[in-house]
Write a protein that binds this ligand. Sequence first.
Ligand SMILES: Cc1cc2nc3c(=O)[nH]c(=O)nc-3n(C[C@H](O)[C@H](O)[C@H](O)COP(=O)(O)OP(=O)(O)OC[C@H]3O[C@@H](n4cnc5c(N)ncnc54)[C@H](O)[C@@H]3O)c2cc1C
Length: 809
Amino acid sequence: MKTTAQVVVIGGGVVGCSVLYHLTKKGWSDVMLLERDQLTSGSTWHAAGGFHTLNGDPNVAMLQSYTVGLYKELEEISGQSCGLHLSAGIMLADTPERLEFLKTTVAKGRYLGMATEIISVQEAKTYFPFIEDQHFIGALLDPNEGHLDPSGTTYAYAKAAKLGGATIEVQTKAESLEQKPNGTWRVITNKGVVECEHVVNAGGLWAREVGRMVGIELPVLAMEHMYLVTDEIPEIGEYNRSTGKDIAHVIDFGAECYLRQEGKGIVLGAYEKACVPWSPKTTPWSFGQELLQPDLDRIALSLEVAFRHFPRLENAGIKRVINGPFTFAPDGNPLVGPVRGRTNFWSACGVMAGFSQGGGVGLALSNWMVDGDPGFDIWGMDVARYGDWATRTFTNAKVRENYSRRFSIRFPNEELPAGRPLQTTPLYDTFLAQGAVMGDSWGMETPLWFAPPGEKAEDIVSFHRSNDFEPIKAECLAVREAVGVTEIANFAKYEITGAGAEAWLLQVMTNTMPKQGRLMLTPMLNHQGKIIGDFTVAKAAEHRYMMWGSSQAQVNHMRWFEQTLPKDGSVKIEALGMKLIGLSIAGPNARALLQRLTDDDVLNEAFKFMDYREMEVATVKAQVNRVTYTGDLGYEIWVAPEYQRRLYGSIQAAGADLGLKNFGMRALLCLRLEKNFGTWYREFRPIYGPFEAGLDRFIKLDKPDFIGRVAAIKEKQDGPKRQRVFMVVDALDADVMGDEPIWVDGKVAGWVTSGGFGHFVNQSLAQGYLPTELVKPGVQLEIEILGERRPARLQMDPPFDPEAKRMRM
Ligand SMILES: Cc1cc2nc3c(=O)[nH]c(=O)nc-3n(C[C@H](O)[C@H](O)[C@H](O)COP(=O)(O)OP(=O)(O)OC[C@H]3O[C@@H](n4cnc5c(N)ncnc54)[C@H](O)[C@@H]3O)c2cc1C
């Protein structure tokens, strides 16, 4: 066995083999894969082999599309058949809500170039003849679905990788990992030691154990999963002969099951509510190519419904039942990328759909390792989307929830309960007592809206405007006409100190840095000149800066900061988490309210827009930013958590006669929309350049140097190819949610990034991206909402306070 390699990939399932192949494709040939048993001997060998391109996250969907398109190439290179059957797939709608969901899915797919369409039940029967019409009202057709041979596909990746120079060692278990002081790794195996620069964890069912070798607890859990294979059904052979096609892959949401052809029979697998985790704490190393004990009672409910929906199947005999484990992250998407705090230790695990996603995971990870960037927007799969709060038992609760809801609709206003409440602020109970409906913001409970007295504090889930519409309107109007208070604890907050702090900030951020006592807004770019962050920075003192950003990106951002900090220790950065939490007051009466709480002068001349000040508010030491995301006069007041209740109580008492009202996160998002403020993860993502995103004024190209400057100069010189736009929509009773296509002249020309109702301006609003040549006054737009194209128009200025006087009043 070789004793050195540039990369050691641990795990010979479909994912590890894909990573290995993609590394060789990128030109790294000194790469080695270690497999403790034989290739495929984790989850891979007993998979049902289905593949599809659809995913709730359009960026993950694109990588799935890549995976499905890859198999032909793989067969050609390796000479190994993947056993492809491109049978097409249909998803059956049994309720109006499900049909609406499928229409939004088709709409999302349009701008990704996917060929999905809504078809009638009659047409669906031409793909899957066993459907009993009366139970369904429509279907989605995806021509790019099918199934393959899991083992053949894994070996095809492995052969193609070997042809590219890779080495594969089977019966070779990585037993422990040691990092040397120079950052390189020693992989200790049962056959000796391999020294390498990079380690990839593609351990599948054992990914947690491999993570533990470097002291991390990855949020992954294996679940038992069952499918059965029926005896031959003569009609299938007849169908194959008469049409020349396989029977299509089917998802029946009502029965929570999937079906496809296998030989001349049917595979039927279910995602049952009564799901069962497998090896919740530790996966035994002794687990070989084994199956688990089937328990058909667990999926009896699914079978009962499926037999009602497809009666012909009820009498088909069962040839075999497979029960096997495979892994999930809490949200069901993979965990990919460099692990924060562990140099050159890469994650490629939690892949629950290895045959839809394995290719995309391999491609993105190999790009990341070789080029320093995944090359795509893979935020939805980044291992850094979870923090320490995603513990093993939290993961257990969330994975079970996710598994049992695999075929359930997730409505845009739906919050999922498992594992909650996890992190709460001192005001949690107070807000609940005041009618708050809480949402989960990356592990932290955040008030979304407040139900009026006497009304139930609960969302009625829907794709349409719902029971929160009027209460949110009242909250928005209170902010615009008087004053509102909201909790803003769910921001990421950082303190940056040291003699090198300013120089480092100037290097990683695009804007100049503020003077002492002032704030500055700044995007952050990667080396390719794409947006990877969006921050507010305050200079608190010489060599001390405070910074606020997106909480969900905190681990991702800390990983980037730690990579870019000078090695001489001249800069320190701390993510403050719950050490600093805040309340924001906003609206025309906000200054009067703040003045009642402090003996500092907060008049406009003394405390200007974009000022930062350390002061006492309600007798509490606070840091106050004169800025709010509402686009109104307002302040963010940051305090230590032990003072938050006092601060809130004082604000309530002092604001009673000023028209003070609580407002939640949903009102905040409506208010920012009226100002056309973008938001991280929707308008600002690593697929957009700063000029496309309209962030021109925060990009100081005349600064000596900063990361992404060269690419940003090029973007500016070439002119952005697309632009962020603001639109007013002629909506009926449903506003945009994000990811809807924008039509121009009967063609899909762009997409929506976010939107909703602007209650103060009384208009349905949307933001999105369009090709630059279409961004001109008078262009006729349509936005597809729930399957219907609604007229929309471009609006160049924000509808609320276009001259930005309110923030400065
Ligand atoms: C019943 C069932 C049906 C399924 N149906 C489908 C389907 O239709 N479509 C689909 O896309 N997916 C399906 N899946 C899921 C699919 O099997 C997984 O997504 C996929 O196999 C994950 O591959 P992996 O490479 O990440 O993990 P694994 O297949 O678990 O591979 C990990 C490998 O790493 C090795 N390993 C671990 N630790 C070490 C170590 N320390 N040293 C050396 N080697 C190590 C293991 O031996 C193993 O071979 C199904 C799964 C099950 C159980």
